[in-house]
Design a protein around this ligand. Structure first.
Ligand code: DX5
Ligand code: ZN
Length: 228
């Protein structure tokens, strides 16, 4: 799959969300960080805002739930119109049941791993998922430095995906910028969340295009890339 960019509205102006979505026209997804001040030490927005945002933009919404008890809350984000719903495996009581429920509601089912959570115990779950999110910062805040120590995990995950012949997307989130995107793409990531690198740019839509081009150039010739 060719690389996709998902700008994070955590770095946007929350009082002007519809305009901020318009500012990244051409982006593949709009990344919405839901934080409950329990799973992470920060509080952002919840279901009513996501419902309104889904109606206000044509860009599919990529909901990243950094919340406790996603088994209870995540399906409502699929019902609200999110095209992709990501729950954290550290918080889910029954990730397989939850992934199936999200798919049944018509959303892409995605599971996230914090930096200290290994991929290996979840190998058998991968066919239940449409996307896996590997955090490249500790979740909770935008504008943090990319954790280079996550590159081996990205590489190992890409190998697992290939070994099983899966169509699973591999997303990374945290510290993605013009300086870091190439090594992430080279390691095997194909969906890139970027907050400050997009909304901190003078022209956010142009920043999205440039990041996508950089990622595509870095994966040129990689055997795992299936172009369409
Ligand atoms: C952090 C969030 C990220 C955040 C990324 O917990 O999940 O989506 O917005 O921001 P940047 O791209 O600035 O690191
Ligand atoms: Zn996020």
């Amino acid at each position: 799959m060719s690389p996709q960019i998902s700008p994070s509205i955590l770095a946007a102006d929350f009082a002007r969300l519809a305009d901020e979505a318009e500012a990244v026209r051409g982006a593949d997804w709009l990344h919405v960080d839901v934080m409950d001040n329990h799973f992470v030490p920060n509080l952002t927005l919840g279901l009513p805002v996501v419902e309104s945002l889904c109606k206000a933009t044509d860009i599919p919404v990529d909901c990243h739930l950094m919340i406790e008890d996603p088994d209870r809350w995540a399906p409502q984000y699929a019902e609200a119109g999110a095209g992709s719903v990501t729950f954290h495996v550290e918080a889910a009581a029954a990730p397989v049941r939850l992934a199936r429920e999200l798919r049944a509601l018509g959303a892409r089912a995605s599971m996230a791993l914090k930096p200290a959570t290994p991929i290996e115990p979840y190998e058998d779950l991968l066919p239940e998922l449409d996307m896996l999110l590997i955090m490249t910062v500790e979740p909770g805040f935008g504008g943090q430095s990319f954790l280079d120590i996550m590159l081996p995990k990205i590489r190992r995950t890409r190998e697992l995906i290939n070994r099983h012949g899966l169509q699973l997307w591999l997303q990374i989130d945290g510290g993605v910028s013009a300086e870091t995107i190439e090594r992430c793409a080279d390691a095997g990531a194909d969906v890139f969340v970027a907050g400050s690198a997009v909304y901190g740019a003078a022209d956010p839509a142009e920043a999205v295009r440039r990041l996508r081009e950089q990622a595509a150039a870095a994966t040129e010739g990689s055997p795992w890339v299936h172009r369409h």
